[in-house]
Design a protein around this ligand. Structure first.
Ligand code: MV4
Length: 445
């Protein structure tokens, strides 16, 4: 039996995305909201809404007890966590389970395994899955030098306690490595309260390519092809597309087989993403698992025709995947621009304030996922993502033309956004040729 009522433990565009899926499936919805989001669309669109506390995330959207209590009060039988907030929190998944509420995501155990990079690396190496050559565990500067000599310079130090690029340091020789150790461990200690470091061979100018998978609770797995996510700044993705023009049939088969192998090895259920770094010679290395629905999921939806959020709900309800691998064909090309309330002329600093007016693009092949509207107040409390512009067309050149057309129609007044910046990116010849890697924006003029 499908769920009667689902609580959405999130806000913004992803809360709307989940509410829309539920509504189409005939499932009632419960929104939760902070004091800052009283007027938000997710509150209006849901059948019921519960205030869960002050604006600060820690006191509302991250407050497990308040959210579980809201689910019980409203008799919601399942919770969709969206992305961010509690979406990859094993304790929250377990708290749901303990309260007989279905968490729409992987099990608490699987989330914990996905988050334990050292354990994951060990398991995956044993399975013959390519991981970046390096230390299997945290290293001292002495062992680090030995391993660096084995894998060859340049190498990169990464904080064991964190992610998102903080505490990372590159070294081109043993002298630099010694200095990098003391800087990186200090940074790691300050940022994550843990000075432990890993060492890896540094992959120069890699592409970030990820595979979307679905796994049900009966051991069935399918993949939905890749997403190219190399266009990023300071580890924040800005533009994503599917498929990737760098991925040929051979590489796609290998990446997708590997992704499913990883998923099976940790009995991954629900929608998930396996992230890879791919070097210029098409060597690929597994990096990490994203145990949630991702911001960029729409590009996969538009080329596969699969509603990923609907699939998450069906899988969580215990249904068997009805889609078979042979049903999946990557059709055409999709691209997404993340619309952020940030100022490109001021180092992409957050630029909260009131949206005075907004005019959305439309027409053939254009999808907008957003919670903003005229007079919407962008507060400084949450992520600066205020919407996503997604296009579909028959091939990459047509998708680029369509995105340019949509960006030209898009107008937001009252706050700074990334729209104008994307107009420049889509005029860039290297970008148009698909000649991109994770450092593309560092050097784009
Ligand atoms: C790397 C790498 C090159 N070589 N590891 C950045 C965030 C963190 N999750 C992993 N990151 C990287 N790890 C090795 N051995 C380059 C990056 C990297 C990157 C990765 C994914 C997406 C964007 C990136 C931008 C710069 C660097």
């Amino acid at each position: 039996m499908l769920f009667k009522r689902v609580l959405i433990a999130n806000r913004g565009e992803i809360a709307l995305r989940v509410i829309r899926a539920c509504r189409e499936m005939g499932i009632e919805t419960v929104a939760v909201f902070s004091d800052a989001d009283k007027e938000s669309l997710h509150v209006r669109y849901a059948d019921t809404a519960v205030n869960i506390g002050p604006a600060l995330s820690r006191k509302s959207y991250l407050n497990m007890d308040r959210i579980i209590a809201a689910a019980k009060e409203t008799k919601a039988c399942a919770i969709h966590p969206g992305y961010g907030f509690l979406s990859e929190n094993a304790d929250f998944a377990r708290a749901c389970f303990d309260n007989e509420i279905t968490f729409i995501g992987p099990s608490a155990q699987t989330i914990a395994m996905a988050g334990d990079k050292s354990a994951a690396r060990q398991t995956l190496t044993e399975l013959g899955i390519p991981v970046i050559p390096g230390s299997d565990d945290i290293v001292s500067s002495g062992d680090g030098c030995t391993i660096a000599d084995q894998v060859g310079y340049p190498v990169i130090l990464k904080a064991a306690g964190g992610g998102g690029g903080r505490g990372m340091r590159i070294a081109n020789n043993s002298g630099e490595l010694m200095a990098a150790f003391s800087i990186a461990s200090g940074e790691a200690k300050a940022a994550f309260g843990n000075s432990d470091l890993y060492l890896e061979k540094y992959i120069e100018k890699p592409r970030h390519i990820e595979i979307q998978i679905l796994g049900d609770s009966h051991g069935n797995y399918i993949h939905l092809g890749e997403r190219e996510c190399s266009i990023q700044m300071r580890y924040q993705k800005l533009i994503e597309e599917s498929p990737s023009c760098f991925v040929d049939e051979n590489l796609r088969r290998k990446l997708c087989e590997t992704a499913i192998k990883v998923a099976k090895s940790i009995q991954y259920t629900n929608a998930g993403t396996m992230e890879f770094l791919v070097d210029k010679d098409k060597n690929y290395y597994f990096m990490e698992i994203n145990a949630r629905v991702q911001v960029e999921h729409p590009v996969t939806e538009l080329v596969t025709g699969v509603d990923i959020v609907e699939q998450q709900i069906l899988i969580a309800a215990g249904e068997t995947l009805k889609i078979k691998q042979d049903d999946i064909h990557l059709n055409g090309w999709s691209m997404e621009c993340r619309i952020n309330a940030t100022d490109p002329s001021d180092n992409f600093m957050p630029s909260p304030g009131e949206v005075e007016s907004v005019i959305f693009p439309g027409g053939p092949g254009v999808r907008i996922d957003t919670h903003i509207h005229d007079r919407y107040m962008v507060t400084p409390f949450y992520d600066s993502l205020i919407g996503k512009l997604i296009v579909w067309a028959k091939d990459r050149p047509s998708a680029i033309s369509r995105m340019k057309r949509a960006l030209a129609e898009f107008e937001i007044t009252g706050i700074e956004t990334t729209i104008g910046f994307y107009r420049k990116v889509f005029e860039n010849h290297s970008f148009q040729k698909g000649d991109i890697d994770t450092h593309f924006l560092d050097t784009m003029e």
